[in-house]
Design a protein around this ligand. Structure first.
Ligand code: 1HE
Length: 261
């Protein structure tokens, strides 16, 4: 299987089975996102090989990510700032609406743009060292990588407002309780848990994974009547696929796992 493309040394890629592991590799700068790193991520998501079924993003070193590289921020005027933020939106849309479900494995700092990347992923697994913050409020800036749209869907507007107004930091256990992450695991075991989940996701039909990553978020963003109609269309398309019919037969003939097994 071919690895995506020649990349910046700030990203490490590895393929295990049919799962793409994407390592953020600027540990000296706590995986802060300079343009090279965020554009490198875009390149990866534009070139995911067709036989990859799931992706896992993790941070190399002590932290997931310290967010935006603040040393590049001082050089931009307002219009450059808008284009820069729109560039982040474009890249993180490619993560959220790319060809495969994406897991984020979180440890240490998950702050600013790092939290924005995590929120664009479909499942978040947090090690018990993870902590979440939006220091933008304290630095006199605003979020620019999609947090104002994606984060309230995970934790609610009130919590995000509090994080930015007061600098509140959520530790891993409280973060899991409020919806920052769906899984909380011991330090050092995030990738193992991520691979376990990724294997399950990779074994789904392509249609199921498409429905959950592409259709469900659009339904959630639409009005009730449009959403219900989209749901019916998606349900009919999914159940008519030959792979779905085979899976239903397998269950009815006792060859498939029961729910809960
Ligand atoms: C950085 C950055 C960075 C570290 N940009 N260089 N994000 C923040 O405001 C978070 C800023 N960072 C931190 O609060 C801390 O670095 C951490 C809690 C993440 C980690 O602490 P620690 O003690 O492990 O590391 P450190 O000693 O603070 O940092 C090590 C080096 O990384 C140091 O550089 P050095 O050359 O002196 O060794 C730091 O300057 C550098 N570093 N974080 C640049 N963020 C799409 S818009 C999104 C907007 C945002 O994300 S704003 C939030 C930015």
């Amino acid at each position: 299987m071919q690895l995506p493309v020649p990349l910046t040394s700030s990203i490490l890629l590895e393929i295990k089975e049919n799962i793409l592991l994407i390592g953020l590799n600027r540990p000296d700068k706590r995986n802060a996102f300079n343009d090279e790193l965020i554009l490198g991520l875009e390149q990866v998501f534009e070139h995911i090989p067709p036989n990859i079924r799931c992706a896992v993003i993790y941070g190399i070193g002590k932290h997931f990510s310290a967010g935006l590289d603040l040393s590049e921020l001082t050089e931009r005027d307002a219009i450059q700032g808008i284009f820069h933020s729109r560039m982040w939106h474009r890249v993180l849309d490619k993560v959220q609406f790319g060809p495969v479900p994406v897991l984020a494995i979180l440890h240490g700092a998950v702050v600013g743009g790092g939290l924005e990347l995590a929120a664009a992923c479909h499942i978040r697994v947090a090690e018990n060292t993870a902590f979440y913050a939006l220091p933008e409020g304290q630095r006199g800036i605003f979020v620019g990588g999609g947090a104002s749209v994606r984060l309230p869907k995970l934790i609610g507007i009130a919590r995000m407002t509090d994080m930015m107004l007061t600098g509140r930091v959520y530790q891993a256990d409280e973060g899991e309780r409020i919806g920052m992450a769906q899984y909380l695991v011991e330090a050092g075991s995030g990738l193992e848990k991520g691979m376990e989940l990724a294997r399950k996701i990779a074994a789904n039909t392509g249609m199921t994974n498409y429905a959950l990553t592409q259709v469900l978020p659009r339904i959630a963003d639409s009005g009730q009547q449009e959403g219900l109609l989209l749901e019916s269309l998606m349900a009919a398309i999914a159940q008519s696929a030959p792979e779905a019919k085979q899976r239903l037969h397998d269950f009815l003939e006792g060859r498939a796992k029961k729910a809960g097994e």
